[in-house]
Design a protein around this ligand. Structure first.
Ligand SMILES: NC(=O)c1ccc[n+]([C@@H]2O[C@H](COP(=O)([O-])OP(=O)(O)OC[C@H]3O[C@@H](n4cnc5c(N)ncnc54)[C@H](OP(=O)(O)O)[C@@H]3O)[C@@H](O)[C@H]2O)c1
Length: 299
């Protein structure tokens, strides 16, 4: 079989990832023969991110491709594949891949049953829709799920993109993705909450103040896990926690639930990792639970 780079690529879905990936594929020497874009926003994005790439109907994109990237919302992948299978768009030797972290090969069954090679390839990165998203695709882990016969093809594709292949079993894929949501998506809410509280405290550039501390905390956590924890929960400093809650109630009441919930999660990890004297930590947990119950009763 020829190298992956010699197969024409078609992309279904001109969203954030489909267009960023298309751009990187072109940079890496692949020929993107067409992209399917539904809404006006998607068509604009395709024209901006992939100038010169024809915008075609999904069936045309599929038929003209040797590698078909189905970059639609996770819940739509199977439906899109089933429609293309009914229209006779798949053939033996066709590579059909999606980019979802939470889904594996099962959603590509309609393509596989029509003789195509199904590949699930998830770039472990966030793509918020910036024009620079494509620059983030190199040097990443790509979580691959394939049948054994297709492993070398998937690996070659990922290496061509500048990525690092890691292998995830079909049954582990959703857990893998839940982990990334915990460790990455869930960083946004506390960070945005902290910036809001800093602004309320009169800090003119909250990001400037927070960035070194937040980056150091993340780097420490990546190195040592729970051991990286500092702050009032680890010290079991209920006086400081009480003072925080008093001022938040007065000055930034919308942030009280976040402070309590993150505090409880932190306290639970500190307890499980035995970082802090258990009795003193139990008092912290009691305070946080009591306050959380009050917030719950008084929405
Ligand atoms: N964004 C991330 O950070 C990220 C990271 C890694 C992997 N992924 C994965 O990448 C894939 C695409 O995500 P995304 O963030 O790029 O999503 P997105 O920006 O919402 O784009 C999804 C695209 O799919 C199209 N689409 C949705 N349902 C469709 C259907 N039934 N038929 C045809 N087209 C359909 C949408 O079309 P219209 O808007 O025109 O309707 C849109 O162009 C998903 O599997 C996601 O899990 C995302």
């Amino acid at each position: 079989m020829p190298p992956m780079r010699e197969h024409p690529v078609g992309i279904i879905g001109a969203g954030r990832v489909g267009t960023a990936l298309g751009r990187v594929l072109i940079r890496s020497g692949y020929h993107v023969t067409g992209i399917a874009a539904r809404s006006a926003g998607s068509r604009d994005r395709a024209a901006r991110m992939l100038p010169g790439t024809p915008i075609l109907e999904p069936a045309e994109v599929a038929r003209s491709s040797g590698i078909l990237v189905v970059s639609v919302a996770d819940d739509a992948i199977e439906r899109v594949c089933a429609g293309l299978a009914v229209a006779g768009c798949f053939r033996a030797g066709h590579h059909v891949l999606h980019l979802s972290g939470a889904r594996g090969l099962a959603v590509l069954r309609p393509a596989a049953e029509a003789g195509a090679m199904p590949l699930a390839i998830h770039p472990a990165m966030t793509f918020p829709g910036l024009d620079t998203d494509a620059d983030r695709l190199a040097g990443l882990a790509y979580a691959i799920t394939t049948r054994p016969a297709e492993r070398p093809r998937a690996e070659e594709f990922v290496v061509d993109l500048g990525g690092v292949p890691i292998w995830i079993a079909e049954e582990d894929r959703t857990l893998y993705h839940a982990a990334l949501v915990l460790g990455a998506n869930n960083l946004i809410a506390p960070t945005a909450s902290a910036m809001e509280a800093l602004a309320a405290a009169g800090v003119p550039d909250p990001g400037f103040v927070l960035a070194p501390l937040a980056r150091a905390s993340l780097e420490n956590a990546l190195r040592t896990g729970d051991e990286a924890l500092t702050g009032p929960v680890r010290r079991a400093d209920t006086g400081t926690i009480d003072a925080h809650l008093r001022v938040l109630r007065e000055r930034a009441p919308d942030l009280v639930p976040a402070y309590l919930q993150f505090g409880l999660v932190t306290a639970d990890r500190a307890r499980r990792a035995a970082l802090t004297d258990a009795d003193r930590l139990a008092r912290v947990i009691a305070v946080l639970r009591h306050e959380a119950a009050e917030v719950h009763q008084d929405p």
